[in-house]
Design a protein around this ligand. Structure first.
Ligand code: NAD
Length: 358
C-alpha cells in the first residue's frame, strides 16, 4: 500500500528547502520505485496567518493519518509578539506531543569534505559520527505546574522537571536499539549528582542495560558531556538524554560539524511514524533569497526513507548523492570555503537529483 507523506513547509526558508526535498521525492517516486503519496499542510506562522492557529485541526488530522511528516521550519520575528499559545513554536511542540513523537534522533556527522568548516581542528572532528537520542515529549518543556506568579511582592517564574519511569524506559529502549545498530556504545547524560529525577533516569538506564548486554553503557554528567563534546567528540557513539539537556547538547554537537544547514533529524513514535526536519530554524535573515542550504532537509528525507518508509536502499542512495555533490565542490553560502563553487538552494537540490542517477 502506498505510504502517506504529509509535507509541512512552514515559515522563512522552510518553503524553499522543502521544495527541493519534494522535487527529490517526486524523482524517487517516478524513477526509483518509491510508492508514496504527498499532501501539503500548514504549521507554524503560516498557519496562524491563514487560520488563527499554529496547529490547525486539519493539519493534526492529516498528521495522524500520515506514515511520515516532512517539516521545513517554523517561526519568524513577525510572530514573536503573539500570545504564547499562538506562537509558531507552540504548534511544533503540540504536534510532537499529540503524535507522541517522544524519540528525537539527531545525528552529528562531519562529512570529510567539510572538515575545514568546523570551528574545531580537523583532527579533532574529522570522521565524527555521533547520534544524540533526545527525549522530546516530557521533561521541563512540558512539566506542570508552570507559570509566572506574583509572590512576596515580586514575580516568580517556575517550571517543573519530571519524568515517569515509563517515559525514561521508552527513550532508553530506543537509545539501546539505536546503539545496537551502530558501534554498540551508549552514553547516558544526566545530572544525577544534583537532581532526583536524574537519579531515577540513571537507575532505569541501568535496569534496561541488563536486556542489552551487548551494548556498552556509560553515564556522564551533563556539564562534563558539554565539555567532552568540544574536547574529544569522537569518544561518543550514541548519547541519550532528557529534553532540555538534549536540546542544548545536540546544537553543540551540530556546530562541531560546521553547519547547521547540513543536519537532519527524526522524531519517532512507538511504531514507525516519524516527523523529519532539518535541525535549523526558519533563518529569516536569508529567507526568500534562494541562499538556504537544502541538504539538511534532503538528508531528513533519507532518514524518513530509513525509519518510516522501510526503504533503506533509497536512503543510502540519497546520502551517497549528497556525498557526491560535496565531492563535486558545490557549496551553499553557509558551507562555502575558498576553492569551492558557491551555489543557491535550487542548484544544490538539482545537483543532488542529478547525482542520484550515478
Ligand atoms: P536559525 O537556525 O533559523 O538560524 C541561525 C543561523 O543559521 C542564521 O544565520 C541562518 O541564516 C543560518 N541558517 C540556518 N539554516 C540555514 C540553512 N539551511 N542554510 C544556510 N544558513 C542557515 O536560528 P534562529 O535565527 O535562532 O531562529 C530563527 C527562527 O527559527 C526563530 O523564529 C526560531 O524560533 C525558529 N526556530 C525554529 C526551529 C524549528 O522549526 N524546528 C528550530 C530553531 C529555531
Amino acid at each position: 500500500m502506498s505510504k502517506k507523506i504529509l509535507v509541512l513547509p512552514g515559515d522563512g526558508i522552510g518553503p524553499e528547502i522543502v521544495n527541493e526535498a519534494v522535487k527529490l521525492l517526486d524523482v524517487l517516486r517516478s524513477r526509483h520505485g518509491l510508492d508514496a503519496e504527498l499532501t501539503q499542510g500548514l504549521l507554524g506562522g503560516c498557519a496562524v496567518d491563514a487560520t488563527g492557529k499554529p496547529l490547525p485541526d486539519e493539519t493534526l488530522s492529516a498528521a495522524r493519518e500520515a506514515d511520515a511528516i516532512l517539516l521545513g521550519a517554523v517561526g519568524g520575528p513577525q510572530y514573536d509578539k503573539l500570545d504564547r499559545p499562538l506562537r509558531p513554536e507552540r504548534g511544533l511542540l503540540a504536534i510532537r506531543s499529540e503524535l507522541e513523537l517522544f524519540g528525537n534522533l539527531r545525528p552529528a556527522i562531519l562529512y570529510p569534505q567539510l572538515a575545514s568548516a568546523s570551528s574545531l581542528k580537523p583532527e579533532v572532528v574529522s570522521g565524527l559520527d555521533i547520534m544524540i537520542v533526545r527525549e522530546l515529549t516530557g521533561g521541563i518543556y512540558f512539566g506542570q505546574p508552570r507559570g509566572i506568579e506574583q509572590a512576596d511582592g515580586e514575580r516568580r517564574g517556575y517550571n517543573t522537571l519530571a519524568y515517569k519511569e515509563s517515559e525514561i524506559e521508552r527513550i532508553g529502549r530506543l537509545a539501546f536499539e539505536t546503539a545496537r545498530k551502530r558501534d554498540g556504545r551508549l552514553c547516558s547524560v544526566d545530572k544525577a549528582n544534583v537532581l532526583e529525577v536524574s537519579e531515577l533516569w540513571r537507575e532505569v538506564m541501568e535496569r534496561l542495560h541488563a536486556e542489552y548486554p551487548d551494548v556498552e553503557l556509560s553515564h556522564m554528567y551533563v556539564d562534563n558531556a558539554a565539555m567532552q563534546l568540544v574536547r574529544a567528540p569522537k569518544q561518543f557513539d550514541v548519547m541519550v538524554t532528557t529534553n532540555m539537556f538534549g536540546d542544548i547538547l545536540s546544537d553543540c554537537a551540530a556546530m562541531l560539524t560546521g553547519s547547521i544547514g547540513m543536519l537532519p533529524s527524526a522524531s519517532l513514535d512507538r511504531h514507525s511514524k516519524g516527523m523529519y526536519e532539518p535541525i535549523h530554524g526558519s533563518a529569516p535573515d536569508i529567507a526568500g533569497q534562494g541562499l538556504a542550504n537544502p541538504l539538511a532537509t534532503i538528508l531528513s528525507v533519507a532518514m524518513m526513507l530509513r525509519y518510516s518508509l522501510d526503504e533503506p536502499a533509497l536512503a543510502d542512495r540519497v546520502e551517497a548523492a549528497v556525498g557526491r555533490v560535496l565531492d563535486q565542490g558545490l557549496r551553499t553560502g553557509d558551507i562555502h570555503t575558498e576553492g569551492t563553487r558557491r551555489v543557491g538552494t535550487a542548484e544544490m537540490g538539482e545537483a543532488v537529483i542529478a547525482a542520484l542517477a550515478e
